[in-house]
Design a protein around this ligand. Sequence first.
Ligand code: BG6
Length: 503
Amino acid sequence: MAIVEQENPLLEGLALRRTPDPCAMVIFGASGDLAHRKIFPALYSLLYRRLLPEHFGVIGVARTEGDDDQFREDMKEAVKKYGRDEFRDDVWEKLAEGMRWVTADFADEGGEDRIIEALNELDETRGTRGNRVYYLAVPPSAFEMIVEAMGKRRSTEGWTRLIVEKPFGYDLHSARELNALLTRYFEEREIFRIDHYLGKETVQNVLALRFANGIFEPIWNRQFIDHVQITVAETIGIEGRAAYYEKAGAIRDIFQNHLLQLLALTAMEPPIDFTADSVRNEKVKVLKAMHTPGPKSVVRGQYGRGFIEGVEVSGYREEPGVAPDSMTETFVAAKLYVDSWRWADTPFYVRMGKRLARRETTIAIQFKAAPHPPFEETQEEGLRPNVLLVHVQPDEGVSLAIGAKMPGQGMRIRTVHMDFLYGGAFRTGMPEAYERLILDCLVGDQTLFTRADEIEEQWLLVDTIVAAWQRDRPAFPNYAAGTWGPPSSDALIRRDGREWRRT
Ligand code: BG6
């Protein structure tokens, strides 16, 4: 049978979108990892699909000495290395023509003048019309100087938008201060706080699954759902980011942002429409309704030596830059509750960690068991309740576990899976989260960006958890790399007569 080439519906969606206005993007921290691995490959892929504006320019800003040509060469290599599309010189040249480099250290005066000069030049030569995107891909310690310098010299023509990378604050207090700083110079509608999980196709698919299908919403509540499990498991360690990770730990690195966003999307009420504020209002309601977990409902871990895919890896305390007696957690598991009519008494078990047994981000909706199976000849393992499993990554897709009759005499039931796999259904590469997020910012759509009140609610919860941690000192390391975390994580869920999913 001939395979009929399907149109790519994801691309179709993108093509229907508003084309961005002409604009210039200034990337602060352009010599950094993010610019190489994510931002430039994303810009290239957008241009490859003709989704960038015709009149576009990018100014790279960093303290390191450089010039336009070096910047172009450097990013060309990065796109070749990290990009998801074939490298085409003609596409690259188009992007490269609008690239400028400015060496600037915000600690000394004058850096912003050179940036403004470069922006004015782009307005003239590339027709970017005074529209600006300032992208803060720098450590938080540099935010203030940049925001003040650029905020004071806003362009009088066109629009200005600001993209802020995580970490957004260290706790509620610092997040509030940062919000106050940003709103001194920019309006909330101009601020785009990145949580790259929201740019992932499969994360957005949680919304499609719930609200584009009539069959799930009526059973998406405490009456039918026993509990929810959310797992963000990584096999990688901290990859040379000790300075950052030692202060952040798993709770600030993953729980405060990606994990709580996954939970909010799973638990939120249907928004009245898909405008940025309607969606974010519903997410904030979930975060506000979250019950403060007691100390017994949160466990933490730190990895020791172990094996990942057969290769021995060192323990966290042996990683370069990590204190030999570090108490930073690399794993968190928790039982959380959303106090609402929909979810009262329904636990959300969440776990996240580095150096775990497998890379897997999943949301498992565990339904209640059938009230009364009428079959006599059943087998215990055959009576597992239904699970709707959203595979955020890898093997992106959704699978529904149902009981089915095994062929043969009698009525033996076994769990089978109805699977939807992105790769199979759409036969297309998945766009990178950064493509979606950058384009959304260029068209001014904030739906997939975190609002100030949302961030603050997330920190409020984290602060209460972290405060309780001051009282005890777990015996770290307490799990071996390549396992599923410390025994206390299993104990947390077993106390309730449940188990973490292992498949
Ligand atoms: C980042 C964290 O936000 O997300 C990293 O700082 C983590 O520690 C990463 O590895 C995971 O992202 P992804 O897209 O690989 O799941």
